[in-house]
Design a protein around this ligand. Structure first.
Ligand code: CA
Length: 226
């Protein structure tokens, strides 16, 4: 999941980025409303965390513009404005959720998971394909037998896990290298040209034979029928 974080409180923004990234989200951060609107013209965001008090245009105006463009991108407002009137306004402008600062990070994560489930990208914590089971909340991967006793846990790096998650969520569909990269890297982060291949190589070493298939010149696929 890619999150656009619109927040001008820089210490809060960087703390949020650390937490979100550790949960496996890819975060793009901007600190102004107009920059956010620009960023939103690119189709590669899955949801927005939106502050209202921004230095240029109000967060509500960002939301308003977004909905005028018929975008249904999920928006969580994260703001110090705690009046009932402000909450109602935010929701009526088209926000999916409204969280008041100060907030507990666990609550924000739980609300993000609600949106993920609604989007169908995380219908449950567990994604199972064949003998491979991926727990998206605990960030664990198990391979193996017919019952929990014979399962073996595989240990992967965060990026390897994210590659596997992307492929398993899209089981039966080919993902190109670019599509996989877009789920792994944040804006401005340098991407090594063979990074995806390296992650796939490490994954394959620990997963059943032919679980991840290479479709030459196109990308990678995990077959539903595996
Ligand atoms: Ca602010």
């Amino acid at each position: 999941m890619r999150i656009l974080l619109v927040e001008d409180d820089l210490p809060l923004a960087s703390a949020l980025q650390v937490s979100l990234k550790s949960e496996g989200f890819v975060v793009n951060h901007v600190n102004q409303g107009k920059v956010a609107l620009n960023a939103l013209s690119a189709p590669d965001q899955d949801m927005i965390i939106l502050d209202l008090g921004l230095p240029d245009i109000d967060g509500l105006e960002v939301l308003n513009q977004l909905r005028k463009q018929k975008s249904s991108l999920p928006v969580i407002i994260l703001t110090a404005r705690d009046s009932l009137e402000s909450k109602i306004k935010g929701l009526d402008y088209g926000a999916d959720d409204y969280l008041v600062k100060p907030f507990e990070i666990q609550e924000l994560m739980a609300r993000l998971r609600v949106i993920e489930r609604r989007l169908g990208t995380a219908s449950s914590a567990l994604i199972c394909v064949g003998q491979v089971k991926l727990d998206t909340f605990a960030h664990k991967v198990f391979v193996g037998g017919d019952n929990a006793d014979t399962e073996i846990e595989c240990h992967f790096s965060k990026k390897e896990f994210m590659v596997l998650k992307a492929l398993m969520e899209n089981a039966g569909r080919i993902l190109s290298r670019e599509q996989i990269e877009s789920k792994l890297y944040h804006w401005g982060e340098e991407v090594l040209s063979n990074a995806v291949e390296v992650h796939i190589h490490k994954l394959r070493k620990n997963l059943p034979d032919k679980f991840i298939q290479n479709v030459r010149g196109v990308g990678y696929i995990i077959n539903n029928s595996y």
